[in-house]
Design a protein around this ligand. Structure first.
Ligand SMILES: [Zn+2]
Length: 169
């Protein structure tokens, strides 16, 4: 089922989400719906608060268009260590049409639980590390615009306000 995507400045995006305590059928169904919503958008990642779900769930697929899709489902993902720095352009399904260069760690160590309830400890660099940091931020109510200078953030907020008034957002 394709879910409605919550857009900034909706307050739902600012809530810290609750950890998953048991990988139930309900959680698996939520992950499937999130994946369908992400591919439909389309986007490379989607976090539960973006579809109004108050759980620590993320789906992502960072494969290129000419590669076979590889869906990743992360339950209770957590970034444990950060190293280095990278800057790259980010967008967000909750701020459609808005993009900005965001500074992130180049390397991370992270953990998550998979659909079978098994815990994994992994490392990521580059785009994978960027997407994971962006999505885990969502679970804590943090958006990519929070990582920008006040000036850049205000510019985006102003533009969104204008777009809303024009019915173009
Ligand atoms: Zn996002």
């Amino acid at each position: 089922m394709i879910l409605d995507i919550v857009k900034f400045p909706d307050k739902t995006l600012r809530k810290k989400t609750k950890p998953v305590e048991k990988v139930s059928d309900d959680i698996l169904e939520k992950l499937n719906n999130m994946a369908e919503t992400m591919y439909n958008a389309p986007g490379v990642g989607l976090a539960a608060p973006q579809v109004g779900i108050d759980k620590r769930l993320v789906v992502m697929d960072i494969t290129a268009e000419d590669e076979p899709p590889k869906l990743e489902k992360l339950i209770n993902p957590e970034v444990l260590e950060y190293e280095g720095e990278q800057t790259g352009e980010e967008g967000c399904l909750s701020l459609p049409g808005e993009y900005a260069d965001v500074k992130r760690a180049e390397w991370i160590r992270y953990k998550y639980i998979d659909e079978n309830g098994d815990e994994h400890l992994q490392e990521a660099t580059g785009l994978r590390a960027r997407v994971i940091q962006h999505e885990v931020d969502h679970l804590d109510g943090i958006l990519f615009i929070d990582k920008l200078s006040t000036m850049k953030r205000d510019m985006i907020k102003k533009r969104i306000k204008k777009r809303i008034s024009q019915g173009d957002y």
